[in-house]
Design a protein around this ligand. Structure first.
Ligand code: S3P
Length: 428
């Protein structure tokens, strides 16, 4: 097995920045709500800040009032207006897909939604088709149906009922926001539960959501919200990098404070515990409809585990860092049923396999995942980020654990989600 060289202090305490998914949604729901809102714990990273800039072009005022804290003043959804130029969501798939739904349901708004080179490659058909079923006027300018997207908002019709083939929180939230902005009903079912922050925030604002059997729910109008105080917990997807680091340390304990522990997001804890990792949840509480708490992480010996299909939506963003844990696991690592990894900020199956091969790890690629047996050694090489923050951070964590001088071509992508990543790492 690969050897780790990392020693942590007796108690290494960290906080990670606000949850990216919840930060995006706090921008969108505070735009929908009439009056003044406050957002605390907001993730001041490129992706959510781009969503904020986009909605300020629609007439919402976001003023920074303290560290990670914003005062939001919105005229309410009916008085938002067309932007004078293109909306730029940068690298943010969540920003563009959720905003597309919200804008599609607002009559009299016309907007063009765009993003960077990576975002312009990502599939948008998954939202275009169901939005059209609801009567939306949305078009892409190319055959692949990727961004830029032009939307002419209008009152949509109810959708009874949408049965999703893919468990995607972005698609689900896009349709929910379309129904919410048009004040129509949506009956939605997905095969597995994808993150349910939109459902939680809707209910936190007093909206009507009826749970049905399986992973099905119905939301019904009216959706008239007043300003509220949105509290964003720390991001479990960012904490995941340090959880793996803490488990693989030779000694010392890690305490991560104020983390969102939504049951649809903590698949990473389940998998790491199944691998033998000791992680304790403590001080659990509920804030704005989201379970929040602290995590204690102890050095552990890891072994291979089978990752079942139903866990995939809840670990979808953590697979790159889980793979790094797999490099130190007795028996190796295997991921399957994860074809949608190919549609993330990069094709993450290709990005991981390509980089592991550069480190001379004998990895086998599949359509929906990859596999390697127990790793005895690796070679130092230049790793490629593929314009993907999570690929960059995963290999920087590996480098910290083995301490052998691994290099990465471009780590600037980390700014899209975790601006304090380097400073936390540097404290070690
Ligand atoms: C997100 C949903 C997931 C995830 C993304 C954030 C969200 O995407 O990968 O980072 O905030 O709704 P999919 O819905 O495409 O799986």
């Amino acid at each position: 097995m690969l050897k780790t060289n990392l020693e942590l202090p007796d108690l290494f305490e960290i906080e990670v920045p606000g949850d990216k998914s919840v930060s995006h949604r706090s921008v969108l729901f505070s735009a929908l709500a009439e009056g003044t809102s406050k957002i605390s714990g907001f993730l001041e990273a490129e992706d959510p800040l781009n969503t904020m800039k986009s909605f300020s072009k629609l007439g919402v005022d976001y003023s920074k009032i303290g560290p990670y804290e914003y005062k939001v003043t919105s005229p309410g959804k009916k008085k938002l207006h067309s932007p004078s130029d293109e909306l730029d969501f940068g690298n943010g798939g969540t920003g563009i897909r959720l905003a597309a739904g919200l804008i599609a349901g607002l009559p009299n708004i016309r907007a063009v939604l765009n993003g960077d080179e990576s975002l312009r490659k990502r599939p948008m058909k998954r939202i275009i088709d169901p939005l059209r079923v609801m009567g939306s006027q949305i078009k892409s300018f190319n055959e692949k149906e990727t961004a830029p997207l032009e939307i002419v908002g209008r009152i949509l019709h109810s959708h009874n009922k949408h049965t999703a083939i893919l468990s995607s929180a972005q698609v689900k939230s896009c349709l929910m926001l379309a129904a919410i902005s048009s004040d129509v009903e949506l009956d939605y079912e997905e095969p597995e539960l994808s993150r349910d922050h939109t459902e939680n925030m809707l209910q936190f604002l007093g909206g009507n959501l009826e749970k049905k059997e399986g992973h099905r729910f119905i939301i019904k109008p009216p959706f008239s919200f007043k300003g509220a105080h949105f509290k964003v917990p720390g991001d479990i997807s960012s904490a995941a990098f340090f959880i793996v680091l803490g488990l693989l340390a030779k000694k010392g304990n890690l305490l991560i404070k104020n983390i969102g522990l939504n049951p649809a997001r903590i698949g990473i804890l389940t998998v790491l515990r199944n691998m033998g990792g000791k992680i304790i949840e403590e001080d659990l509480r509920e804030e704005c409809g989201e379970i929040t708490g602290n995590l204690r992480v102890y050095p552990s010996i890891l072994k291979k585990t089978e990752i079942s299909k139903d866990l995939i939506p809840s670990i979808i963003d953590e697979i790159p860092i889980l793979t790094i844990a797999g490099l130190f696991s007795e028996g190796g690592f295997k991921i399957s049923h994860a074809e949608d990894l190919r549609a993330k900020e990069s094709d993450r199956i290709h990005s991981m396999v390509h980089n592991l091969k550069k480190l001379k790890i004998n990895v086998e690629e599949y359509k929906d995942g990859y596999e390697f047996s127990e790793v005895q050694s690796l070679e130092i090489a230049m790793v490629e980020s593929f314009m993907d923050h999570r690929i960059a951070m995963s290999f920087l964590i590996l480098n910290k654990i083995i301490n052998l001088g691994l290099k990465i071509d471009d780590s600037s992508w980390i700014e899209t989600s975790f601006p304090t990543f380097h400073s936390i790492l540097a404290r070690l």
